[in-house]
Design a protein around this ligand. Structure first.
Ligand code: IMP
Length: 190
């Protein structure tokens, strides 16, 4: 039951939908198709960036052809602390469990904002001699870059707003929303 005592849900409402579940599903299907095309049947290791790419990694993996040799690994990085802005510092909190040497690696990231997180991960994993290293992001804010970074697969271009849902959080909240929403815009809780 929706708790009327929850200050994040009432009376301010919940963040308003920016991209609904169907728009996310379409973007995921496009991303997976492009990854599969470039793999041309070769094995792939998806490296999801926790926690934000939790659902994206799961959905991309399941959208790849069943006959593809798909491995899934995760890293955890921290760059924002609990703030809605970047501290500019990227820290590796959890490394991959498997070696990436000689593998076709695709980094799966929820959103690229200033580019520091993805640039850091590309440097870290690229130094480990993968066969190929590509990057797949659901949301891109290209106009916010502080560091130029190559993104091979982009799902959606995001407006200049703080976005939550489908894995993305604000102070660890809202990851569970099945859609992408603007934190600043509120609608009545449903
Ligand atoms: P970057 O290093 O600035 O490119 O930021 C990448 C990371 O910042 C993402 O993996 C997210 O965790 C976080 N981030 C950037 N923009 C947003 C946003 O609009 N909502 C939620 N998290 C964000």
């Amino acid at each position: 039951m929706a708790g009327t005592s929850n200050p994040d849900v009432t009376p301010g409402g919940v963040p308003a939908i920016l991209f609904d579940a169907s728009a996310i599903a379409d973007a995921v299907a496009r991303l997976a198709a492009a990854i599969a095309r470039d793999l041309a049947g070769e094995p792939v290791t998806l490296i999801g960036v926790l926690k934000g790419a939790l659902f994206l990694t799961a959905d991309i993996a399941r959208a790849l052809p069943a006959k593809t040799d798909v491995r899934i690994d995760f890293v955890t990085v921290s760059s924002y602390g609990n703030a809605a802005f970047s501290s500019g510092e990227v820290r590796l909190l959890k490394d991959t469990t498997e070696s990436v040497e000689g593998k076709n690696v695709v980094i799966v990231e929820d959103i690229v904002d200033n580019g520091l997180t993805l640039a850091y991960l590309q440097g870290l994993l690229g130094a480990r001699r993968p066969a190929t290293l590509r990057s797949c992001v659901l949301l891109d804010k290209p106009y916010r870059r502080l560091t130029p970074v190559a993104v091979d697969y982009t799902g959606l271009t995001a407006p200049d707003a703080f976005i939550v849902g489908y894995g993305l959080d604000y102070q660890e909240k809202y990851r569970h929303l099945p859609y992408l929403a603007r934190l600043e815009d509120r609608v009545s809780a449903g």
